[in-house]
Design a protein around this ligand. Sequence first.
Ligand code: FE2
Ligand code: FE2
Length: 300
Amino acid sequence: MIHPFLRLRIKHVYAPSEAADGARILVDRHWPRGMSKTCRGVEAWSKEVAPSDALRLWFRNAPTRWRKFRRRYFAELDAKPSQWRPLLDRARQGAVSLLFEEIDPKRNSAEALRQYLNKIARGEFRLFANGDDTGFLVLDRIHSALDVLFQRHQKALVTHRYAHAQELLDQFKAGLRAHMRHEEHWLLPLYDARQDRKNAPRGFGSEIFALEHKKMLNLLAGLKARMRGLVAGRTRSPREVIELLDEECTFKHLTQHHNAREHSILYPSLDRLVSQEERVKLLARCFAFPSAWSGSRGRK
Ligand SMILES: [Fe+2]
Ligand SMILES: [Fe+2]
């Protein structure tokens, strides 16, 4: 199944591992100097996905060769999909950290690979959105992906892994805010402007959806404050965890109702109001998420 999100980040191979890293995969053609091959910080070694030795030696992380390096590396990757396909599949299921040994933290082969995989994922999604009749309901996938993230946060919470629970709640918030912004900037104004007032679903103007967004963000701010208390160790009694879970229940309830209304009212209405060409463009924008959501920067 095509999944719009890739949870890919790059990380230096010697940087300490963290829970948010997910699968730590070395994407260098050579094993790092001085590191034992039984090192527990490297889960797998994707040697063949790395640039050829000739290309690597030509590049030598020279900033002036970066653009040309990417072009040439992308051409190499085009010729060996069997090497990167497993990484793409893996990143659709959970977080993946591409480990590199080069000194430059921004212009290195792992970053080029990350960009290539994101490009492929976006392209596949566009094809999917184009050739599929799901219409705007495809946005339900964003709701589902966010639900999964929230469940993972709750699982970490009840198993007392508070720092990880906080990290997942931060990721959830970044994804939710991005999705809300996309809806408020592009979808709700269209829904309002093109709606035939007489036949519009009563009581479901764009302001209702925007108001619910605001309520959800307010509740989420409360959850984050409680979560900070747990991480700082100020409040760690079982009662505090239960109270947080109770508040999360209220938040989830509101979110589920909101998503159900979008599924039954907003998205089908947009399908009627927007041409297929416009829809494909809008959906491509709605699936472009910031790095905080995909975890592509070395953020904890
Ligand atoms: Fe929404
Ligand atoms: Fe939504």
